[in-house]
Design a protein around this ligand. Structure first.
Ligand SMILES: Cc1cc2nc3c(=O)[nH]c(=O)nc-3n(C[C@H](O)[C@H](O)[C@H](O)COP(=O)(O)O)c2cc1C
Length: 256
């Protein structure tokens, strides 16, 4: 089993998405799978120009950027993998631009003249080796409210339907900054569920290696609230509590 993670954080390996992926990768490798992460921030992925040359007879399924940037390289790696992990931070309530740019570029691998209606969606031809791979979605965001990531989660649910593939796990890691390595011990003292989350990411990797899907229980544990929810209820209602909490969290002595 070969897992390929596409990390769409604009911070690349310095971000929290990379840390979470690395833990998942450890679990996958322990269970015998191959695991690789491509950090899109390190690659050159031009945006689709919507020029439609890839759809013309002359340049059929050839992008004008072929060999001029790294999209083809990424597609080749996707084609070699058995399972993909679309890992994106949430930027303004949706996936990052890097992730969307890459997905848009798969357009040049699809013949949009081959159309059919199925299950309320108009489908067109896709390249199965690239777009019909089962995938896991990892959404990483700093806020606590579900509205931040719901749009992206819905996108990937419909993406799976459109591509006629399976989303074999949805992992949502909010309060992401708590998973930065600095003051890791202090964080874990304050938020005792943090180690459970790390363990769940490792377990998710093992499950992907062993059965090609993340169990509901593991997805729940990886995505659980680490800041107690009643506390969050208060935050939402009382702006002054929120201000005070931000002050406390920003005070270095809190983490000592
Ligand atoms: C441009 C931008 C927009 C963001 N928008 C949101 C948002 O809408 N909701 C949220 O919870 N976090 C938002 N964040 C925070 C990131 O999702 C969070 O810092 C995440 O950990 C980034 O992933 P990374 O650490 O792998 O880079 C935003 C960050 C940036 C840079």
């Amino acid at each position: 089993m070969k897992l390929l993670a596409l990390n769409a954080s604009h911070r690349g390996e310095r971000g929290i998405t990379a840390r979470l992926l690395s833990r998942l990768g450890e679990g996958a490798q322990q269970a015998g799978a191959g695991f690789e992460t491509l950090s899109l921030a390190r690659l050159k992925i031009n945006r689709c120009l919507s020029c439609h040359q890839c759809q013309e007879d002359k340049n059929h399924l050839q992008c004008v950027y072929n060999d001029k940037d790294d999209a083809r390289f990424v597609f080749d790696r996707m084609a070699e993998a058995d399972l993909l992990i679309f890992a994106t931070p949430i930027y303004l309530m949706t996936m990052s631009g890097l992730m969307k740019n890459l997905l848009d570029r798969t357009y040049s691998t699809m013949d949009i003249s081959e159309v059919r209606l199925m299950g309320g969606l108009i489908h067109h031809h896709v390249n199965p080796a690239i777009s019909r791979k089962p995938f896991v979605t990892l959404l990483v965001c700093s806020n606590l409210e579900t509205l931040s990531w719901r749009n992206a989660a819905e996108y990937f649910r419909i993406y799976a339907r459109f591509m006629e593939t399976r989303q074999v796990g949805l992992l949502v890691r909010n309060a992401s900054e708590l998973f930065a390595a600095q003051n890791a011990e202090a964080m874990q003292r304050r938020f005792p569920k943090i180690p459970q989350v790390w363990a769940a990411f490792e377990q998710a990797g093992r499950e992907l290696a062993e059965r090609g899907a993340v169990s509901r229980q593991t997805a729940r544990r990886a995505s659980q609230e680490v800041i107690p929810v009643p506390f969050f209820g208060l935050l939402k209602r009382l702006p002054w509590v929120r201000r005070r909490v931000v002050q406390v969290l920003n005070d270095p002595s809190f983490w000592e």
